[in-house]
Design a protein around this ligand. Structure first.
Ligand code: ATP
Length: 321
């Protein structure tokens, strides 16, 4: 769906993207991650045809972004990290204007505006002006503008910044809906927990280069492998962990990586255990022997922030002489 090959982009005196090649499949949801200044926004702007690369090629749905930007725009929605709204237009007018500029025909216009307003919870706000809206409501208008023409690809740069937890959660629901409709999403965010539930791929960039691009397994029940020998499991406890629980657990499991431990007991403990069933059974016996009240053990999906932290650690480790 999105093909980027050997992309180089330079700001005056600064190479922001250096030989970037990647392929993003149709229907996927890609978390674009990386530290400040890594080149995430620049990559999105290049894919959206808003920046002219020094060299390389970008195709969206087989169309060349450089040669056919207008055709590409009809298939693509883009939300910038710093977006603007037309403060003198009502929300309805903002949406109509975006739809018209993306080639939505007259007869479809009103229906599309109503539909997208309903999808984003804006139906009651259509006659208001953006200056009369809260930050979260403005953000929803901006997202509605980006999808009013029903693009097949949606690029969102920090879409949840400034939103409260409730608004973030409804944004996650919207992204899941859009994915279910077959849309391909690329979402950049510094808050990985936001993307955890629904992204299918993680694309990590650092200093203008691709650090990694990996598929996450769709079913949470399937474990991701830390390496060939270990898989991630969630340990459910029969009783809340006590004060000395972590020490007991670590003692019983010397040699096993405890991925996630939450002393409040609100989240299951996550452990990397041997993939081989016989070896795992031996570790489990040790846990029970140490008095850990094991209620259940189930394959787990690694949380995105843990995976990113692990990858970053691994990369740094490899870079050291
Ligand atoms: N207009 C510009 N002129 C010169 N350099 C720029 C310009 N815009 C960005 N840069 C530089 O290009 C690099 C990539 O910037 P970019 O905004 O793509 O990073 P980012 O990964 O989106 O960062 P953040 O997470 O902070 O939003 C940075 O080093 C930045 O300083």
């Amino acid at each position: 769906m999105i093909e980027v090959s050997q992309l180089v982009f330079e700001y005056p005196g600064h190479r922001a993207l250096d030989d970037v090649s990647l392929c993003i499949g149709a229907g996927s949801v890609t978390a674009l991650v990386g530290p400040n200044g890594a080149g995430k926004s620049t990559l999105m702007r290049c894919i959206a045809g808003l920046e002219q690369p020094l060299s390389g090629h970008i195709r969206v749905k087989g169309l060349s972004v450089q040669a056919q930007p207008r055709e590409v725009h009809r298939h693509l929605g883009y939300l910038s990290d710093f977006y603007g709204l037309y403060d003198r237009l009502t929300v309805a007018r903002c949406l109509q204007y975006s739809a018209l500029s993306m080639g939505v025909a007259g007869a479809q216009l009103a229906a599309r505006v109503q539909q997208v307003a309903a999808q984003l919870g804006l139906s009651e706000l259509l006659q208001r002006y953006p200056t009369e809206l809260s930050r979260g409501q403005r953000q929803r208008v901006a997202i509605a503008q980006a999808i009013v023409h029903q693009p097949s690809v949606l690029l969102l740069d920090e879409p949840a910044s400034g939103l409260d937890p409730e608004a973030r959660s409804s944004l996650s629901q919207l992204f899941r809906q859009l994915q279910a409709q077959g849309m391909t999403l690329v979402v950049s965010s510094h808050i990985l927990s936001e993307l955890d539930e629904y992204c299918t791929h993680i694309l990590s960039i650092r200093q203008g280069r691709i650090e990694s691009h990996e598929a996450l397994q769709a079913a949470p029940a399937q474990a991701l492998q830390a390496d060939a020998q270990f898989m991630l499991y969630a340990l459910e406890l029969a009783a809340p962990p006590g004060q000395d629980f972590e020490a007991r657990l670590r003692q019983a499991l010397q040699g096993v990586t405890v991925q996630d431990f939450d002393a409040t007991g609100n989240r299951p403990v996550q452990l990397w255990l041997p993939a081989a069933a016989a070896d795992r059974a031996a570790w489990l016996a040790r846990l029970v022997h140490a008095g850990i009240p094991v209620a259940a053990l189930a394959p787990a999906r690694e949380r995105l922030q843990d995976r990113y932290a692990r990858q970053t650690r691994d990369t740094r480790h490899q870079e050291q002489p």
